[in-house]
Structures are given as C-alpha cells and as structure tokens.
Design a protein around this ligand. Structure first.
Ligand code: 2HG
Ligand code: ZN
Length: 495
C-alpha cells in the first residue's frame, strides 16, 4: 500500500490507519475496519476545525485523575543521592535569585509527564537564565551528590523529562534568547530553551525554515529536541539533527562548560563531540545553546491527502509552483489510474495545508483522550511496517481498546499505540517483551525517534549488542562519574 514516488521527491510522507481490537468499544468503523477519520479527530476538524492543539497545552491537572508515582508503579530503587535540604535551597537562591520554585502546585506540572503516566516527587525546580548559572547549579549539585533532572518543554513520550524520585529539576524555560542569525547561510544560534514554534516563526520571517517540525512544536524546547534527537515531520526532507546541528554548548555534570558552539560547515578535528550529546537525553550533560543550519524556505508547498484503507499525507516542497504541481499531478494521475489510491484531496494554500497537517499532528493528542496509552515507536523494514499492527489486533483482547498504527512512512517508522481505559499490568505483560522481540526479529529499532528515557531502558538490548551497551555505560561513567545527571534513564537497567 505504499505509493511509488520518485526517490528523494516527497519532502514529508505520513500514514495512519486505525481499528478496534476485537470486543472493544469505540467509534464505529467502516466495513474494512478502517475509521473514516483518524481516531479521536472529529469530522468538524476535517471540515476546517480549530487550531492545532499543542502537546503540553492542557495542564496535567485539568486532564483526569491523579497520576501514580513512577516508583510505585514500576520496579525502581532510589540511588543513594543526597536529599535537598533547607541549606541547599538557600544556596540555589543565591545562584538563581527568585527562580527557585518550591510551591507544590507549580511543581506538579514538572513532576508529571505529558502522557500523565509517570510522576516524580521533586521538591525543587530551578530556572537558570544563563550557561554560567547552569554551570554553578551543576557544580553545586555535583559537590553535594544531588541528582538532577534536566527539563525542556516536558513533551517527551518515554518518561525522560520528569524526575523518577526527588531529583532537582533544572528547567531551560528562561534560556530562550536567539544569540545570532546569519541571513545568508541560515545559521541560527540560540539558547536551549527557545520554543521550536517561536524559532520557526523567527527564521521564516527571514526566509528560512527550521529543519525540524513536530506536533509538540508549541511547547518543546530546541535543547530538548537535540537532547532527544527528535525526528519529527521534516526528517525525510532535511535529514536528522545529527546532520543539521553545526555545534552546541553543554554543561557537564561537574559544572564544566563545553563550548563546541561553532557554526562551521566543515570541522574535521577528530571526534565529533557534539554527537555525544545529541540523543543522550540529558545523561551526559545539559545542552545550553545550539547552532543549527536552517534551509531556505520553500517557495512552493503542495500537500496531498490520499485515502483508504490507509491515509497518506504527502508534502512536496520546491521553488517553482508550476513545476511541482505538474510533477505531483502526474503522480496522482498514475496512482488514481492504477487503483493504488481511491480518493484524495490536494492543498496548496496555507490554510488548507495547515488543516491537513493538523489531522496528522493531532493523533497523539487524540489518542491521549482514549485513556491510558501504551506507546511503541519502532523502526522496521518498510514491507513489514504494518504487520505488527495487524498481528497485535488479532492477539489483544480487552482491556485493550484500540490498536493504532501510524507514523513516518518515508522513514520506516511505525508509531504503534494501544489504548485501554486505565493502566493494566497484565496488558503491559501482553505487549512486552512481545513487541520488542517482534521488532528485534526484523532487525528493527525499539526506539526510532522518541528516545529511551525511563520507559525503554529495559529494551535497549533488543537493538544494541552488549559491547555497545557497555561502551555507553563507560562513556556515562567518564562524563558523569557520580551518575547525577538524569538518573534511571537512557542506560540499560543495572542488575
Ligand atoms: O504519539 C505517538 O505515538 C507519536 C508522536 C510523534 O512522534 C508523531 O509522529 O506524531
Ligand atoms: Zn513521530
């Protein structure tokens, strides 16, 4: 069911299909089992709808019952870090005056993840504005053996951005300044706490685009994007952050500032150290500033939305509207003529393009309204991408409600989501390790783009050999010997 497109042409390509598990309740399906609209997306949205809901836009407390403490739901033991004392709070107050948050209500939003499935019990949140302040905080915490949870927009889906116990939360929210923008090369240098959507607006006003786009753009921070090596909606077109990031600045666990914030296109001076921090999820250092290459804003954008039983969104971007329209028209004629595609709609004007993208971007939000969501984010060979979904639909019974498969077709990335009314340990047992074994059987990856965080660290062995895991551990010990940075995350669970 994959439309054949000339290689390298589509800039973004997504798909989804939804169906109920046997015996589950939910919205009516069409005869072939596919919903007419993506799950949870109302026809009103299809017809024009409201603005896209941003991940993180609704406060956790406004969305249902109390979230269970992570340490009560999952088998995890607190490591022997110190406990924050009154004296520590006074020291923090000297480092970031007026920006030490201890109010439990304010802390709640930072202790709970966006999915509302993980909750820490941190007693303090710090809001530095500068790299020097981050350095002082880490030097202090290192000396006192206090664990630290670096936090950006808290939009992650693997529990990497919230504390597991009482880690000090170090937020980048106030580190939101653009440092420089080069109007010829498109090189953007900014602090880590800049919100992705605001950066997008900033560079688009100057004729460029950020090479990264996500449903969570309204809340996520660029530093968090780098720390998690976020993939997102433009990866097929512009490649991963590992290619578009030119440099970064990070603060190490002991407070050392590592300034690799270059903007050079070529720099072949030995190890590419910035790559260590991209995707390290705050376990090796706290990213404080980034330098990123922004491509020119495309002059023409076309979006095609093609229909059933799979829904595919194809975006093309180029510089000459007539040329692009002709190519896309040729493809659509061929796809419709061959019966590969049954129906579709095409958009070139901004409003409709945005509306079509909202359908895709809001699936995560829609799923979160369906109860507890078990999320898997796997890379698979393209010809097996959907088999895992079909397989699970046949296997699972209630309390599973919906098994939804969507993702990034062009990247071979399946987002497998299983919903249930509430968390169920037996259902988790039905899903894991089955999903991971299935993925490993295809030589796939158990985390295509969401990272490892707290949730996937037990599954790393399905995608990396023991030697690679050992090297990861050695690097962690080298850079953070006391293990204070984002503990309980990203590295394999220690026996
Ligand atoms: O919610 C998910 O499973 C995927 C979220 C995100 O990576 C997306 O592609 O929309
Ligand atoms: Zn995705």
């Amino acid at each position: 069911m994959v439309p054949r497109l000339s290689s390298g042409w589509p800039s973004r390509l997504f798909w989804w299909r939804a169906a109920r598990t046997p015996g589950a309740h939910g919205q009516p399906s069409t005869r072939n089992g596919a919903s007419r609209v993506p799950p949870g997306v109302s026809p009103r949205v299809l017809a024009g709808g409201g603005p896209a809901v941003r991940r993180g836009s609704s406060s956790p407390s406004s969305r249902g019952p109390e979230v269970a403490l992570t340490c009560e739901r999952y088998p995890v033991r607190r490591l022997p870090f110190s406990v924050v004392s009154e004296e520590d709070l006074a020291s923090f107050e000297r480092i970031v005056p007026g920006r030490v948050v201890t109010d439990p209500e304010e802390l709640e939003a930072s202790n709970v993840d966006w999915l509302r499935t993980m909750r820490g019990c941190s007693k303090v949140l710090l809001k530095p504005r500068t790299t020097e302040e981050v350095s002082c905080i880490l030097r202090y915490c290192h000396g006192r053996n206090l664990a630290v949870n670096p936090q950006g927009g808290n939009t992650g889906l693997v529990g990497g951005s919230v504390p597991v116990f009482d880690e000090v939360i170090l937020s980048t929210a106030l580190m939101n300044q653009v440092i420089s923008f080069h109007s010829v090369s498109g090189t953007l240098v900014c602090q880590a706490g800049c919100v992705l959507e605001e950066l997008s607006r900033y560079v688009e006003e100057r004729g460029f685009v950020v090479p990264l786009d996500l449903g969570a753009k309204g809340s996520c921070h660029i530093g968090g994007n780098l720390a998690t090596n976020a993939g997102g909606l433009r990866l097929l077109r512009y490649g991963s952050l590992r290619g578009t990031v030119l440099g970064l600045e990070a603060v190490l666990a002991d407070g050392t500032v590592l300034n690799c914030l270059t903007s050079l296109r070529k720099d072949n001076t030995g190890y590419d150290l910035k790559q260590l921090f991209i995707g390290s999820e705050g376990t090796l250092g706290v990213i404080t500033a980034v330098s990123i290459l922004c491509p020119p804003k495309p002059g023409a954008v076309n979006v095609a939305f093609l229909e059933s039983p799979f829904y595919v969104l194809v975006e093309t971007s180029g510089s000459r509207a007539e040329h692009d329209a002709e190519k896309l028209g040729g493809f659509l004629d061929q796809a419709l003529g061959s019966g590969l595609v049954t129906d579709g709609t095409l958009a070139t004007d901004q409003r409709k393009v945005k509306m079509l993208w909202a359908l895709r971007e809001r699936i995560t939000e829609a799923l979160s309204r369906d109860g507890h969501v078990y999320k898997y984010d796997v890379s698979l060979p393209l010809d097996r991408l959907y088999d895992l979904v079909t397989d699970l639909r046949a296997r699972l019974r209630p309390p599973a409600k919906h098994v939804v498969g969507y993702g990034h077709l062009g990247d071979g990335n399946l987002h497998l989501n299983v919903t249930a009314e509430a968390f169920s340990a037996p259902l988790l047992g039905d899903l894991e390790p089955y999903v991971y074994e299935w993925t490993a059987g295809q030589r796939g990856s158990v985390s295509a783009e969401h990272g490892v965080g707290f949730r996937k660290r037990g599954a790393l062995g399905y995608s990396k050999p023991p030697e690679a895991l050992q090297l990861m551990q050695q690097l962690k010990t080298l850079l953070d010997p006391k293990g204070i940075l984002n503990p309980y995350k990203t590295l394999p669970v220690q026996a």
